[in-house]
Design a protein around this ligand. Structure first.
Ligand code: CDP
Length: 212
């Protein structure tokens, strides 16, 4: 059976942790789509290029290799910043589209997390979540995750949020039918429990025999 869970939201809102937990709970495959943009940026940076250079970014996205997703530098701050720059290039998004849709279409269920999954990549997703948290909470989490000073992390998140939400092509946005989940004051276990209940309900509906 095909079953797609789309999890979108701004940087460090908890999408990754929630997606991994949900994928494990239901035995679904998980794709962190941010890693595709991060790997594209890492490729450009490794070649001494500028992630804002549309031609270089598009070429890097087309040349992406599965091994790029295992690069050790993907979580580094300059790569995150570069990712939001390459992500604003329409040719980059176009180059990464088929891979994401094919991943979502696999048998056995898939969880994809990103910025445009519920709106552009999988508008027909069975479950859509938009995960948010206050900028201050997100900056504290990111600062702890990568060891970046808090003020720097906050400024970087704000810059990236503005770029991701403001771009013309596939801007970060909650789909009209997405369920909003604010994790500012929510423990991860509680966020997972809420998402699990929602998915359980949709799975039951999807498995129910159709009326003739
Ligand atoms: O982990 P974090 O939330 O900081 O970011 P990420 O999910 O790894 O995404 C890195 C960057 O890739 C974002 O700032 C977006 O610019 C871009 N991205 C996107 O445009 N569309 C997606 N579906 C996923 C990520």
């Amino acid at each position: 059976m095909k079953f797609v869970v789309a999890i979108d939201g701004p940087a460090a809102a908890g999408k990754g942790t929630l997606s991994r937990a949900v994928a494990e709970r239901f035995g679904f495959a998980h794709l962190d789509t941010g890693a595709l943009y991060r790997a594209t940026a890492a490729r450009v940076l490794a070649q001494g290029g500028d992630p804002a250079d549309a031609r270089a970014a598009a070429a890097a996205a087309r040349a992406l290799d599965p091994a790029d997703l295992d690069r050790l530098d993907l979580r580094a701050a300059p790569v995150a910043e570069g990712a939001s720059r390459v992500a604003a290039v329409p040719a980059v998004r176009a180059a990464l589209l088929d891979f994401q849709r094919a991943f979502a279409a696999r048998e056995g269920g898939a969880v994809l997390d990103g910025r445009d999954i519920g709106t552009v990549i999988c508008p027909e997703a069975d479950v859509k979540l938009f995960v948010t948290a206050s900028p201050e909470v997100r900056a504290a989490r990111r600062s702890a995750e990568i060891g970046q000073p808090y003020a720097e992390a906050l400024a970087a998140l704000r810059r990236r949020d503005a770029r991701d939400a403001g771009r013309a092509d596939a801007p970060m946005a909650a789909a009209p039918d997405a369920v909003l989940l604010d994790t500012s004051d929510l423990a991860i276990a509680d966020a997972v429990a809420l998402a699990t209940a929602l998915i359980d309900q949709k799975l039951t509906q999807a498995r129910a025999p159709k009326a003739p």
